[in-house]
Design a protein around this ligand. Structure first.
Ligand code: G4P
Length: 281
C-alpha cells in the first residue's frame, strides 16, 4: 500500500465514495476472504447507510474453503448476502450479477409500477481497501483491461460506466477506503497477506505473528513445509529451526532472522503452506 492515510485523506475518501453513491443502486463491498474483518473499513456502515450491499469475499482461492463458508453464513445472519469469488480467475462473476438483481428488485419493481417502460440497467460500485482486488474485479467484469487510476484518494478522472451484460453498469473507478489502522493485529494480518508493504511494518514482527498463527492453527502444514519433527514453543527456536533447515544463514553460519522472515512470508503469500484463513467468524 503506497498511500499515507491522514485524517484529511480519510475524510476526502469518505466524501468521494458518498458522492459516487448518489448514482448507485447497489454496492459491492470487496473483502479479502482470508481476513474479512481486517480488510474491512471501520466506518463502512456509516459510509454506506441504506444502500443495498453485497459482500464479495475475494481471493477465496487462497482462503480455507471451510472457513469461507462459515463467513458466508455469518454475514447472511446479519442480513448481508456474501459471495466467495476469485477475481483473478473470474470465479463467481455470474453470482455477482444475480445477487445484485435480487438486491435491487424492489426498486426496479417500483420504477416499473410508475410506468417506466424501459428500465435502465442497475448501477453498481465496488468499494474496498487497497490491494483487495478492486481493479482486478472491474477488469474481470468489464471483460477487458482498464487502466488503474492509482491508489490515491483524490486522484480522479472522468468516471465512466462499464457495461456488464445487459442488466448492469459498473462505475469504472472503485471507492478506495482505508483499513482499521489503530489495531496492531489488523496491521499484522494485512501485512501477512501482503496487503500492506513490507517496509511499513517490521518484517520479523510480521513473521513472528504469522508463525505463531500457523503453529496454533495449522501446525501440521508448518511441520511439513519446514520438515520439523515438532514445533518449538519458543519463537526464536522456531526461527532457528526453519533457518537451519532452509539455509537462511548469515556469513559465519548464524541464522539470519530477516531471511527466515522473508522466506516464511513469501511461502504464505504464494500458498506454499496451502490455503489459509487468518480470521474465523
Ligand atoms: P486494488 O485495485 O484493490 O488495489 O487491487 P488489485 O486489483 O490491484 O489486486 C491486488 C493484487 O491482488 C494483485 O496482485 C491481483 O492480481 C491480486 N488479486 C486480485 N484478485 C485476486 C483473487 O481473487 N485471487 C488471487 N489469488 N489474487 C488476486 P499483484 O501481485 O499486486 O499484481 P499481479 O500479480 O496481478 O501483477
Amino acid at each position: 500500500m503506497t498511500i499515507q492515510w491522514f485524517p484529511g485523506h480519510m475524510a476526502k475518501a469518505k466524501r468521494e465514495v458518498q458522492e459516487k453513491l448518489k448514482l448507485i443502486d447497489v454496492v459491492f463491498e470487496l473483502l479479502d476472504a482470508r481476513i474479512p474483518l481486517s480488510s474491512r473499513n471501520p466506518m463502512i456502515d456509516e459510509i454506506l447507510t441504506n444502500k443495498p450491499r453485497i459482500i464479495l469475499l475475494n481471493k477465496a482461492d487462497m482462503a480455507d474453503e471451510k472457513v469461507t463458508s462459515e463467513w458466508i453464513s455469518f454475514f447472511a445472519e446479519q442480513g448481508m448476502p456474501a459471495i466467495a469469488i476469485d477475481a483473478q480467475a473470474g470465479t463467481g462473476m455470474k453470482q455477482i450479477v444475480a445477487a445484485a438483481k435480487e438486491m435491487t428488485k424492489e426498486k426496479f419493481a417500483k420504477m416499473a409500477a410508475k410506468g417506466i417502460k424501459n428500465p435502465r440497467p442497475m448501477r453498481a460500485l465496488i468499494v474496498g481497501i487497497p490491494n483487495v482486488g478492486k481493479s482486478t474485479l472491474i477488469n474481470r467484469l468489464a471483460g477487458k483491461h482498464i487502466a488503474k487510476t492509482g491508489d490515491k484518494p483524490g486522484v480522479t478522472k472522468a468516471q465512466q460506466w462499464i457495461k456488464v451484460g445487459k442488466e448492469m453498469e459498473l462505475l469504472d473507478t472503485p471507492g478506495i477506503l482505508w483499513p482499521k489502522f489503530e489495531d496492531e493485529e489488523v496491521g499484522l494480518k494485512l501485512a501477512t497477506t501482503g496487503a500492506i508493504k513490507d517496509t511499513i511494518l517490521n518484517l520479523q514482527d510480521v513473521a513472528v505473528y504469522a508463525l505463531r498463527f500457523l503453529a496454533a492453527h495449522y501446525p501440521d502444514r508448518l511441520k511439513e513445509r519446514y520438515s520439523l519433527a515438532a514445533i518449538p514453543d519458543d519463537i526464536v527456536e522456531l526461527f532457528d529451526a526453519i533457518g537451519k533447515r532452509r539455509g537462511c544463514l548469515a556469513s559465519g553460519g548464524a541464522v539470519d532472522y530477516d531471511k527466515v522472515a522473508e522466506l516464511v512470508l513469501r511461502d504464505i503469500r504464494t500458498e506454499k503452506l496451502g490455503r489459509l484463513s487468518l480470521e474465523k467468524p
